[in-house]
Every structure is written in C-alpha cells, then in structure tokens.
Design a protein around this ligand. Sequence first.
Ligand SMILES: Cc1ncc(COP(=O)(O)O)c(C=O)c1O
Length: 395
Amino acid sequence: MAFDLALDNLRQRQWQKLPFATPVPIAELPTPALLVNESRLDANIQKMARYLGEREVGFRPHSKTHKCPVIAHKQMAAGAVGICTAKLSEAIVMAGAGLNDILITSPLASISKVSVLAELSSTVSGLSIVVDQMANLELIVEALPAQGKVGIVADVDVAMGRTGTRSLDTILQIAKLADAHPQLHFVGIQHYAGHVMHIEGFAERQAKSLALWEQVAEHVAALTAKGFAPEVVSGAGTGTYNIDSAVACVTDLQVGSYVFMDQEYLQIGSEHSALFDDFEVSLTLAATGISQPMAERAFTVDAGYKSLASDTVNPEPIDLPGAKFRFGGDEHGIVVLPKPGGDTPPIEANNLVGRVHQFVTPHCDPTVNLHDYYYVHDGEMVYEAWPITGRGCSW
Ligand SMILES: Cc1ncc(COP(=O)(O)O)c(C=O)c1O
C-alpha cells in the first residue's frame, strides 16, 4: 500500500516545460523563487560536454543536482552517455519522462525496493544500479521478472566510508554472478569520493583524488586479470572534473553541481584562480525585502531555511556588494549591510524593502529539493517554468 501510494504520486507529476503566455519580470515572481538563467545553464552543459569529449571521457551527469527531466534531456542532447540518479524514486521520475541509460548510484537493500527496480527494468533500456554486497545482488536476482534486464556496477569504497565495498573478493563475486546471469550484465565499477570534492586548493584536491584512483586502478587490474574487465569505471564530481578526467582507468564522470554552481563550490578555488569559476552561476534564489527593523544596518528577506539549504556556508547576495546574508529562521533571512567607510560603496538603505534581490545558493542540490519549479529567465524576463519533478524523491 505504502509503495502504491508513493508510486502513484510519482506517476502523476508533470515534467514538461510550462511556457508563459506573457513573460514576466523577475520582480513579479512569487518569492522565494528559484531562478535559472537558461543561457548560462546551456553554456555549462556545453562546456562540460566539450571538455570531456575532447579527452574521450564519457559525460554521465548526475541528475540528483537538478531533479529535472527538462535539464536531463538537455544533457543527453549534449552527448551524455546516460544520466545518474541517486535514488530509485528519481530513476522512476526520469524514466517516466522518457530518459533511458540510467545509473542509480546508491545501493538498494530491501526486497520491496528491489521489486520496484525489477519492474522498472522491463520498461527502461540501459538501467543499471550499484551493488556493494552479495546479499543485495541476490535480492535483485530473486525479484527480476522474465523480461527484465539490469546492469550491475560494483560500488567500490576506497576512503569515504559511505557506500561501497572495500573487499576485492566481494567485487569479484559481484562481477562473477552478474556476468553469469542471463538477465544481468556486469557493467563495471563506481568510485565516488565525495569528501574530496570540496577540498580547498586545486593542488591538494588533485593529490588526494589521484591517490584514491590509484587504489581503484588496482581493482580494475585485478578484475581484468580474472576475465571481468570493466566496461565502465565511473565516478568523480564537479570538484575533480579536470583531475579525474586525466586518470587512465576512468571511463566517465558523474558531474552534478557544475550545471548550477553554488557558494560551497565557488570557494574551493580552481586550477588557476582563488574562485572556482570554471562554470557560471546559473541558479539563484530570488527573495523580497520585507522588513527593516535595524534601519540602516540590515534588512530582512522572505527566504530562510525553508527555501535555502545549507550545510556550511551562507547564501551570497548578488546585487548588494559587501552585504552578508545570515539565516533569520525558517522563513527569513537577514541581509547585513556593509559598514560605511569600508572597501565597498555604500548601499542606499531606504529602497531595499519591497524589492526583489538575488542570492547564490549555498548548496544547490538540497536547495533545489525545497522548490516546485525553476523560473527560467534571460537576465530580466521569466519566460518558462520547469517542474522540479524529482522534488522530495529521497527513497
Ligand atoms: C555518487 C555521486 N556521484 C556524483 C555526484 C556529483 O557530485 P557534484 O555535485 O559534486 O558534481 C554526487 C553528489 O553528491 C554523488 O553522490
């Protein structure tokens, strides 16, 4: 019953673009509103696709960042070899919007979820899932319907300690069973080092990431020696896209945040600059100034924890140089203005309330998960809304 309810909910969701009969200015949106600048988004997708294409590395973007089939279709049109989803429910949403070649990057460990996966496998072409224990693979074998086919990717943990196996024996057993079963296919391995992505400073990030890939390369060699050469060695993210793409054994990158960029990523620094500005900020949050109890010192906007998710840093005001955002609770943010006489020009404090201001999001993925739509704009006018169809898909 619970699964029927959850599945019905997913099936009823809309995913297609919703064009506006008449475009509206950003200032007229129902704030807090999540904005996407489409030309910047497209530039990011093209830049990543081109960068990886030139290096003959596959582009397997992670849709956990945007949860939006419209964007996933753009990524496929740019040459992606497939998309990733973090969870089964995201895969159902993407499949419902006509996407194929989906890799689910988190393991499933219960028969109820594996049964849903098995059902999905008869309608999606190129459905793969990571597995890190024989018991989970055996569940898949048990649940598969006659016409289902599932690609199996062994999830390898080298140092993060989140999902995956550290045992070469387990990896070999997974490969052997997947290779032998007529409805399974041993695709290869995944190695994702999330704890490396946000290391500040390119040199340190590079050294850490390459050291981990050396251990993965040993697994690849061992699999190959036993006759299970992986077709796919997938992993990495935005923070290491130009590091891991140079690793010989890597076949494709699961880059996610580069489509939008966020404050957490901007501050890690790139190869040549203190700011990680290889990609443009295409995602912002629009919020309206609603109150000003501290007169010249600060003002309050209508966006707090319910519209901006953060695990470390704060949102960054875009049109108010020197101002700093701090959370004022669930529904409010307090924008503290720079002190007069500092490095930045003074901000006129008496027209901030009633105006719409934009902020770079602190962490794009969980912020997206708080919204129903992207409002798509060209810098001034909003001309479409794109449903965030995978909102709340955390199962
Ligand atoms: C397994 C996996 N691959 C790829 C990514 C994408 O990472 P990023 O958003 O840093 O590009 C994530 C993000 O959390 C992930 O969990």
